[in-house]
Design a binder for this molecule. Structure first.
Ligand code: GLP
Length: 248
């Protein structure tokens, strides 16, 4: 793992955007695995700015998002499709038909999960997977559990995740308690993984993910097996990792 140490959220965002843009410049028809949440917003702003200035183009890029809430329509402002359109897709020159987010309204989740895995396979896998990390160590919506789940699946959100994400819902009762998420296979098969983390509330998950045992109780720990992970994080998010490494 390589660590890109940043002073704060702004620098983390710029550094993550640099890595994504380098990927797009090197391989204009690349497949980007994208994430939602507050962590990637600054990186998406930076990418949109570069595209506006014509320093970068997403014209040939395909995208695959990690996850979507079950039961939310694409037009619902809380859905991850809406988030992606708003924060990135509508601000860059990507072709909308090449952007993919699981269908939260699907009638048959098992069929939708199979369709999504087949789609990623058909695209040839993911070139660069951008990942945030949940406070409980989740990646995408791969929640802590008894086993790593290989394929795209429907998952019940844990109390920790419901609590962390409630801030995005004005009416907490409207928050779905299930989601569709890419499984561990496609995340691990991504040719490069870029993990972004900012703030002290991520410090524990980051330290345990990269220095603790590899366990499905902390899904991000599986990234220790990936040969090309770049962790772009600020001092606060790295604080406990630094301590754990100093203790070795
Ligand atoms: C959400 C998403 C994840 C995201 C994580 C962290 O639940 N499903 O993909 O990485 O939680 O979110 P944030 O960046 O807002 O802390």
């Amino acid at each position: 793992m390589r660590i890109v140490r940043c002073a704060g959220y702004r620098e983390m965002s710029r550094q993550a955007a640099n890595l994504i843009s380098a990927q797009v410049i090197m391989k204009p028809s690349c497949v980007l695995g994208l994430a939602t949440g507050s962590s990637p917003v600054g990186a998406y702003d930076q990418l949109a700015e570069w595209v506006k200035k014509k320093d970068l183009s997403f014209a040939e890029v395909s995208t695959v998002n990690l996850d979507e809430y079950r039961g939310l329509a694409p037009q619902d402002s809380h859905s991850y499709r809406y988030f992606m359109d708003n924060n990135l897709f509508d601000r860059v020159d990507v072709r909308k038909e090449r952007t993919n987010v699981p269908d939260g309204l699907c009638a048959d989740p098992a069929a939708e999960c199979a369709r999504y895995d087949a789609l990623v396979d058909r695209l040839g896998g993911i070139d660069l997977q951008l990942l945030g990390i949940g406070r409980n160590g989740h990646i995408g919506f791969n929640e802590p559990g008894d086993a790593f789940i290989r394929d795209t699946h429907l998952t019940a959100l844990t109390e920790s995740t419901l609590e962390a994400n409630r801030r995005f819902f004005e009416d907490a009762s409207q928050m779905p308690c299930e989601a569709l998420t890419l499984g561990i296979r496609h995340i691990l098969q991504a040719r490069r993984v870029v993990v972004i983390a900012s703030g002290v509330e991520k410090a524990d998950a980051i330290a345990r993910a990269f220095t603790g045992p590899v366990t499905p109780r902390l899904p991000a720990s599986i990234l220790q097996f990936h040969p090309d992970v770049v962790l772009v994080a600020d001092e606060a998010a790295l604080s406990l990792l630094d301590k754990a490494e100093a203790a070795v």
